[in-house]
Design a binder for this molecule. Structure first.
Ligand code: SAM
Length: 222
């Protein structure tokens, strides 16, 4: 598939403008669907726990990276309870500022708050046990997503895991002019993962979401 994004500069600047006007709340992060946050987090916890632990092939619990972290909804309830240190990266400075209070006392274990677009972000080599990328891949062009996933692979510690959790369309690429993003079907996401040189080691659909929203799938990659 070719990239359907024609004007990359305005694709990114329109998205930045959109998120600047969104309130720094869980409801803001989830487009008004704060009621699904617990379902999402519990599904993610069960998904991730199968990989964590000691021994051959297991993923460590030293350091995680939350990509497109927003105010730290996932950092607070999924990553800080499971990892010693968590870094957050997001393009919206106001969300990262809010995260500093939203994360409360446990926020002391945040290593770095990084304000950067994922298309430009280079994670530190071999720093992370888990790189969590949720509800943000639609803000990257195909080529930028492939390159970013490839950089993430290099940023993993031995046994480390990249997790992509996102909306998927039934077929093709559906643009969203409002927040300047795209929603891809699962076949397209899988092919971009393969182009990045990563392998899908586990895949699940998030169940119990409202019928009117996109299906959400979680992919564990190495
Ligand atoms: C739908 S919210 C999801 C936030 C968080 N992942 C969650 O699930 O609670 C999308 C987030 O992606 C961020 N974002 C949008 N475009 C981005 C980009 N190019 N690079 C990094 N972050 C981006 C927004 O600022 C916003 O915080």
């Amino acid at each position: 598939m070719g990239d359907i994004v024609e004007d990359k500069a305005s694709f990114y600047s329109n998205a930045e403008g959109y998120w600047k006007d969104v309130p720094p709340t869980v409801d803001g992060m989830l487009g008004g669907y704060s009621s699904i946050s617990s379902i999402d987090i519990n599904g993610s916890k069960a998904f991730l726990k199968r990989f964590l632990g000691d021994g051959e092939g297991k993923t460590g619990t030293g350091c995680a990276l939350d990509c497109g972290a927003g105010i730290g909804r996932i950092t607070k309830r999924l990553l800080l309870p499971l990892f010693q240190t968590v870094d957050l990266v997001d393009v919206t400075q106001e969300f990262l500022e809010k995260a500093k209070s939203y994360l409360g006392d446990e926020g002391k274990r945040v290593g770095n708050y990084i304000c950067c677009g994922l298309q430009d972000f280079v994670p530190e080599a071999r720093r992370y046990d888990v790189i969590w990328i949720q509800w943000v891949i639609g803000h990257l062009t195909d080529d930028h997503l492939v390159d970013f996933l490839h950089r993430c692979q290099k940023a993993l510690r031995p046994g480390g895991l990249v997790v992509v959790k996102d909306n998927v369309s039934y077929e093709g690429v559906i643009p969203d002019e409002v927040d300047s993003s795209v929603c891809r079907d699962l076949g397209i996401v899988r092919s971009l993962v393969a182009r990045a040189g990563l392998r899908i080691v586990h895949e699940e659909q998030q169940m119990n979401l409202p019928k009117e929203i996109y299906q959400v799938h979680t992919l564990a990659l190495r």
